[in-house]
Design a protein around this ligand. Structure first.
Ligand code: ZN
Ligand code: ZN
Length: 247
């Protein structure tokens, strides 16, 4: 057994020499095999969870969600979408550095563990992306993170949340009126989630509207409660500009 462990150590050392681990933020080789170098790590833009607005996930000083009523119970987010943390996300999404999914999943797991102590999740869902984005990127970043969280927590991953396609059948057990109301929205979930508590994962929360729409689909499918977790959240000012631009 000791011999086997030794062989494994040698093999891992060999892998480190052949394929040294590079920092998911600056791209420099990290010394201790960690996924992020010490310099980048100490500069990360963490959200202070003690000051979190439970509704929108932002620190209370920058929360403006008083007028909204979200369908999800809570939102927890690890980083502000700026500086070093933003650079990791961009390298992940644009340059396809999939190892960053490990980094985000680990950080999110710590946050979920401490902030969602009072919930017991039955399944993990994630926000789907459009076919165009998928073809461009080759992966859904939220799904990669959700898969890792599913392994960390040993909670079943449910992939039934989809962007609605006109031909996609709606939940059959619902009345015509309910189906009609549902048809105004972008996301649909065809699995039956009766009574379940769902952990919904996304990479970045901007206005919160996507998470809210996905939550609506999950509740429509019978879920009892939905709590959201994202790797990052944008500042409110940026949201305002974005909403203006969309208009
Ligand atoms: Zn670095
Ligand atoms: Zn808020």
């Amino acid at each position: 057994m000791k011999m086997l462990g030794r062989l494994k150590d040698i093999f891992e050392a060999f892998l480190d020499i052949m394929y040294p681990i590079k920092c998911c933020c600056c791209g420099e080789i990290t010394r201790n095999g960690s996924i992020i170098c010490a310099d980048c790590f100490k500069n990360l833009e963490y959200i202070n969870q003690d000051k979190r607005c439970k509704a929108c996930g932002r620190e209370k000083s920058s929360c403006h969600c008083g007028m909204y009523v979200w369908r999800f119970c809570e939102l927890v987010s690890v980083f502000r979408y700026e500086g070093y943390a933003k650079r990791i996300m961009l390298r992940f999404k644009i340059n396809g550095k999939r190892r960053s999914a490990d980094f985000f999943a680990k950080e999110m797991a710590l946050c979920i563990q401490s902030e969602y102590k009072d919930y017991s999740f039955d399944e993990i869902c994630y926000v789907p992306i459009s076919r165009t984005s998928y073809n461009k990127r080759g992966f859904n970043q939220s799904k990669l993170i959700a898969e890792k969280l599913s392994k960390i927590f040993d909670i079943r991953l449910n992939s039934s949340l989809k962007i609605k396609h006109k031909r996609l059948p709606q939940h059959k057990s619902k009345s015509r009126e309910e189906r009609l109301i549902n048809s105004q929205y972008k996301y649909v979930c065809n699995s039956t989630l009766t009574g379940k508590t769902i952990l919904l994962i996304d990479d970045i929360s901007t206005t919160g509207a996507t998470l809210d729409d996905c939550t609506r689909a999950l509740l429509f499918a019978g879920a009892d409660k939905v709590c959201c977790a994202t790797a990052m959240i944008t500042s409110y000012d940026k949201d305002k500009k974005k909403i203006k631009k969309e208009k």
